[in-house]
Design a protein around this ligand. Structure first.
Ligand code: HEM
Length: 414
């Protein structure tokens, strides 16, 4: 059995920042191995990629996410006590609450709110001159998800709230002052949501029974206790923040459409193709680079023995582009999804395995539904030009975005 290759530097944190999304893939290719050992922020990690590694990583209850991410990322993307930091039965119970919000009817409701919001906002664009789509999509999704989740804010408050959430997403991969500022904004957003949970329980607010605000305010954990208002606020953010983040995927979808203008007509008329296009955008767009976990007990993988406490990073970005699973993986080819049979371990932009029994993204179906509905509006109802601009995407910046944020000049909205 060959030994596990080791990354040379004593600590590879700077290389991680420089290589970004390519960090794991580059080294796996250099070592000719699906696993290597490295040190990040002073700690040893095993980095893994590929379908087999994803199956190993998503073996139910094998890894905890608790403590696996550096603190500065954790405080922007999750928090102590959130569903992501729970394990085993406690996790499954809390996760069931999230998944119960993802019924076809509720997904449809969110997709409709996003489409209507986009159409309404777009009507203002022809007079405004060129608009930066990423900012516009965020504003639309912020308003839509607040309404969907049962959070009543007026338009100006909703805008401020959405900007706070946006800062958390933008600075999750940074350290230092910009990260601290984003954390301060997070506290502001959490304070609003803590009050909401308290108001629901005191009968001062009555969100619809099928809304996230209702479900979270009245959820009881394994011990039969309600969540503390603080944890309730964190779980509300776990719905609001990533839904605003779908703006990034929709921006990448518009970029793909710009590069493949021949698909526009088919997207507007063929729902199967629309779905395939969205899948291909999710597969290729650089978004969540990797997930981290700490082994909860010893196990063996590919004849190597691992110990309780060993830290792992699973490369999502590299697995989605693995040549062993995807024919010509770097090419944007939505058609590959038309006859795709599905595989929870090769297509993992939002994590892998089973949604209910594992940590796979609770909002994956919502992401797909929202992307489809917004792309439908963009291709059917909005005529726009893409003026010359910096459309390059750096895979060193986390999370990535086309440099210009995708500026368009809108001619007409139907
Ligand atoms: C978890 C990605 C949208 C809610 C995750 C994970 C990833 C991810 C990679 C971690 C999986 C793991 O630890 O194994 C994304 C991306 C999104 C997105 C790229 C695109 C915008 C959403 C949406 C929601 C959501 C729209 C809610 C409406 C969650 C929750 C978890 C999670 C609650 C924790 C699940 C658990 O620990 O069981 N997401 N997500 N995400 N996501 Fe998303």
């Amino acid at each position: 059995m060959p030994s596990i290759p080791r990354d040379k530097p004593i600590d590879s944190s700077l290389a991680f920042l420089a290589d970004g999304y390519e960090f794991v893939r580059k080294r796996c290719e250099r070592f000719g191995s699906d696993i290597f050992e490295t040190r990040l922020l002073g700690q040893r990690f095993y980095c893994v990629r590929g379908e087999d590694a994803a199956r190993m990583f998503y073996e139910p209850d094998r890894f905890t996410r608790n403590g696996a991410l550096p603190g500065f990322v954790l405080r922007l993307l999750q928090d102590q006590g959130s569903v992501a930091t729970l394990d085993a039965e406690a996790h499954r119970r809390r996760k069931a609450m999230f998944m119960a919000l993802m019924t076809p009817g509720r997904l449809d409701a969110m997709a409709r709110l996003a489409a209507e919001g986009l159409r309404a906002r777009a009507r203002l664009w022809p007079e405004r001159g060129p608009v930066r789509l990423h900012d516009e999509f965020r504003a639309v999704l912020g308003q839509a998800v607040l309404a969907w989740a049962g959070v009543r804010l007026d338009a100006a408050e909703a805008d401020r709230f959405t900007r706070r959430i946006g800062a958390m997403i933008d600075h999750a991969g940074t350290a230092g002052p910009s990260n601290w500022l984003a954390r301060m904004r997070r506290w502001g957003a959490e304070a609003t949501l803590r009050c909401l949970i308290e108001d629901v329980r005191a009968g001062r607010a009555t969100p619809p029974e099928d809304s996230a605000a209702h479900a979270i305010a009245w959820h009881r954990d394994l011990n039969g206790e309600l969540l503390t208002p603080g944890i309730g606020a964190v779980e509300m953010l776990n719905i609001l923040r990533p839904t605003v983040a779908i703006a990034r995927f929709v921006t990448f979808a518009v970029l793909a459409l710009h590069r493949h203008p021949e698909s526009r007509e088919r997207l507007a008329t063929d729902d199967a193709y629309l779905h395939a296009f969205v899948q291909e955008v999710r597969r290729l767009a650089p978004f969540f680079p990797a997930v981290a976990g700490i082994a909860r007990r010893p196990f063996t993988w590919r004849d190597h023995q691992f110990l309780k406490g060993d830290r792992f990073i699973l490369d999502l970005y590299g697995t989605d582009r693995d040549v062993r699973a995807w024919d010509d993986p770097e090419s944007f080819r939505p058609e590959r999804f038309l006859a795709w049979l599905g595989n929870s371990f090769t297509m993992i932009p939002q994590g892998g395995g089973d949604h209910h029994s594992n940590h796979r993204c609770a909002g994956e179906w919502l992401t797909i539904a929202v992307m489809e509905s917004m792309l439908r509006v963009l291709t059917r109802d909005i005529d726009y030009d893409v003026p010359p601009q910096k459309l390059g995407v750096s895979t060193a910046a986390l999370p990535a975005l086309p440099r210009s944020g995708l500026v368009v000049a809108v001619r007409a909205v139907r």
